[in-house]
Ligand binder design. Structure first.
Ligand SMILES: *[C@@H]1O[C@H](CO)[C@@H](O)[C@H](O)[C@H]1NC(C)=O
Ligand SMILES: *[C@@H]1O[C@H](CO)[C@@H](O)[C@H](O)[C@H]1NC(C)=O
Ligand SMILES: *[C@@H]1O[C@H](CO)[C@@H](O)[C@H](O)[C@H]1NC(C)=O
Ligand SMILES: *[C@@H]1O[C@H](CO)[C@@H](O)[C@H](O)[C@H]1NC(C)=O
Ligand SMILES: *[C@@H]1O[C@H](CO)[C@@H](O)[C@H](O)[C@H]1NC(C)=O
Length: 433
């Protein structure tokens, strides 16, 4: 979870055209505008066979050559987007701003997109960070959270009605500022960044909490490290043995939801709910954030959102995180050791195309999906980009939703600042127990 002030004037999203101009025709038109670069230079952005354009746009060779001059503005995050890049001599690039899906690998992209991919804008919500989306199969609901000072209920989408409806629900006792969530055996397991000595009669500490969805009762799983406060327990995933792997970073204080000054370093931990033991497993990331296992759980993905810089100080209200495009915004993969306790062979697999890789989730087949600014990057397990989903709001986190064929979840929902969107396509999430 990361809250850097962003807004957009871009209107990308649900625009679909039935235009099916063939690529050779389009390219010859574009080449006529850029003769100085040779007659055979293909357009950067072109139709993909079988899909409406520019709803689905095929990017030539990952956009690796931009003819003529170009510039991507990096100082403000809302300007620092790929579609906003100024590209002087290739008019096809303008289509990127009106696309919902950018395709980098047409053959694999087809499997991900299916025959009629669509991004639906579902709810307009306030211009603050929304987080911790998680699907509850028992009730066919999507829970997510709003990270503002003193806001205690969860937001709940009822998926059993068309169109789905949005309401608020308060846990007993309340859970403050969840930034990550997973569903397990009738409960939502939350990672929270909220800290406050007294809020509506309760005290709150960043940690791990469980919400029984049937009763609405919550309980604490972890709220300290040998007496120290955690900083901002931001995201988690759960392995087959039930161990909870979670990140602890610095965003709760600058986001205004943690009034407790820092006491320990940021890090990634493994918590054993059976014994209560918590162990540091990773301390090299500048702001550890998203956490997800590969389907076989032999690989753990962690994201570093250090490009959202936080001033660490004993002051209770540091300023909002500052955008610095030169700092880490990287997805790392690690091997999980045979003992199931350590992380080995750290390697970067992807540098975000936009903003920072915040939430991260894995598809049933092992594709890695990460929320990055105004969209979602879809990568192979080794980090090769196949598709980018474009949205008209900053996506903070994503969740697989619904119970499709064979129990697999077939919709991806995205929550963030000012929006909730639903992606329906060929990709499936893991099977829900
Ligand atoms: C959203 O809030 C930020 C401050 O956090 C502000 O800079 C930005 O202009 C707002 N965007 C819109 C569209 O209201
Ligand atoms: C994008 O689509 C909008 C509305 O359909 C249109 O007005 C605009 O010209 C398009 N932008 C580009 C760059 O093609
Ligand atoms: C969700 O909608 C369904 C269908 O209208 C309804 O039966 C159900 O009670 C709703 N769930 C909640 C929690 O309100
Ligand atoms: C951005 O980070 C770099 C280090 O990567 C630092 O040298 C630079 O001063 C930072 N820029 C701003 C504007 O803070
Ligand atoms: C995004 O687009 C939808 C319509 O497609 C619109 O209703 C919504 O207001 C837009 N959101 C933002 C944040 O501009």
């Amino acid at each position: 979870m990361l809250s850097i002030s962003i807004f957009t004037a871009l209107l990308v999203g649900i625009i679909s055209t039935s235009c099916s101009a063939s690529r050779p025709i389009l390219q010859s038109v574009l080449n006529a505008h850029a003769p100085e670069h040779g007659p055979l230079t293909p357009a950067l952005a072109a139709p993909c066979d079988g899909y409406g354009f520019p709803h689905v746009t095929c990017m030539h060779r990952y956009g690796s050559v931009i003819n003529g001059d170009f510039e991507r503005k990096v100082l403000m995050p809302y300007e620092d987007t790929y579609p906003a890049t100024t590209v002087l001599s290739d008019p096809s690039f303008h289509n990127v701003a009106n696309s919902s899906f950018l395709v980098y690998d047409e053959a694999q992209g087809r499997k991900i997109l299916g025959s009629s991919p669509v991004v639906d804008f579902m709810f307009r919500i306030p211009n603050v960070t929304h987080e911790a989306p998680v699907y509850v199969p028992d009730t066919n609901e999507l829970y997510f959270s709003r990270l503002t000072h003193g806001f205690l209920p969860q937001l709940v989408v009822n998926l059993s009605v068309t169109p789905p409806t949005l309401s608020e629900r308060l846990a007993d006792p309340p859970i403050y500022a969840p930034a990550g969530a997973r569903y397990k055996d009738g409960s939502i397991i939350y990672a929270t960044i909220g800290g406050h000595h007294s809020l509506e009669g309760h005290s709150f500490h960043p940690g791990l909490y469980a919400l029984d969805v049937a009763s609405g009762k919550s309980r604490v799983l972890l709220n300290n490290y040998y007496g120290y406060y955690f900083n901002s327990v931001d995201d988690l995933d759960i392995d087959a043995k039930g161990q909870i792997w979670f990140t602890d970073n610095d965003y709760g204080r600058p986001d205004g939801v943690n009034t407790q000054p820092p006491q320990i370093n940021v890090g990634t931990y493994r918590f054993d709910p059976h014994t209560g033991q918590v162990a540091l497993v990773e301390d090299t990331l500048s702001q550890p954030n998203g956490v997800a296992f590969s389907p076989d759980q032999r690989t753990l993905y962690l994201t570093d959102t250090g490009a959202g810089e936080v001033i660490i100080s004993p002051h209770v209200s540091p300023p909002p995180p500052r955008w610095n495009s030169t700092k880490p915004r990287t997805v790392y993969a690690y091997d999980v050791s045979p003992s199931g306790k350590q992380l080995l062979n750290k390697r970067p697999i992807h540098y975000a195309m936009e903003f920072v890789p915040d939430g991260i989730k894995v598809s049933r087949e092992g594709y890695v999906l990460t929320a990055t600014g105004y969209g979602i990057d879809v990568l192979t397990p080794d980090g090769t980009p196949i598709v980018r989903v474009l949205t008209n709001f900053t996506v903070v986190n994503i969740a697989w939703v619904g119970r499709g064929e064979g129990g697999a979840t077939g919709e991806l929902w995205a929550v963030g600042k000012m929006g909730v969107a639903r992606v329906r396509w060929g990709l499936k999430g893991p099977v829900v127990d």
